[in-house]
Design a protein around this ligand. Sequence first.
Ligand code: DGL
Length: 292
Amino acid sequence: MPEPPAARPPEPFAGLTVGVFDSGVGGLSVLTALREHLPQARWVYVADSANAPYGERDEAWLQQRCLQLSHFLCLQGAKLLVVACNTATAAALPALRQAFPEVPIVGVEPGIKPAVLQSNSKRVGVWATGATLRSPRWAALLAEHGPGAQVYAQACKGLAWAIEQGDISAIQALVKQYALPMRQARVDSLVLGCTHYAFARPWIEEAMGAEVTLIATAAAVARRVASLVGGPLLPTAGTPEGGAVQMWTSAAPAQLEAFAQRWLGWAVSARPLGGLPPPLEATQPASTTRAP
Ligand code: DGL
């Protein structure tokens, strides 16, 4: 009898691994677009649901937490990071780029520029979290792209959390509540400036009416990421793990799995995110960015 072949150790993934994180499930709306644009990459997603909503956190806390999550994703082999959260981007993007200078980092920002450009009435609504709308980054974005339009910004307290919980009656009630001032302002475009809100799109469309265009940025972010990928970041065609998603969550894995199944039809298994390594000092980033 010939000897059975010895089990071979798994080969390291040869293609591109991209790390993506959000305060919870919202970033899955970005991940969906990313997977369409880069089908050969491998994805590591972190939902920091135990710490959601980020929209009620302060900037210092958000920066520290985003450094920790980014460090973790680099240790999982990520060679590119996507901050799939407007709130985290507003608070932490420069700090992340400083701490991980070798890693391309793409953030997500409310699409005020495309909204103003395509608006006929130049009356534009923006829904985002309180933390995003309080940030200097939002003020700068508004100063750059807002002139020439009337911009009605609305902090939608509670909406991201209702979506995180999959609580449809709470989602419907909050959407109705926040749609009213937008309708009164007669906006013709509404920016979805929080990645969670993409999951409430049918109710937002219903509440705002067909004449209002909803502006989300997931596809633009995915195109930006695809444009950065090349050379050493080129995904390898046909690698067995291409397209795979590894999910981590700081809350109960079953909750993330159930959300992915119910809202996206993804059958995924999630892992618990335990204690994270402390964030790196901004002066010593290199050792983790070269993780295999
Ligand atoms: N998904 C996040 C964003 O895009 C924030 C939701 C939250 O408040 O946790 O801003």
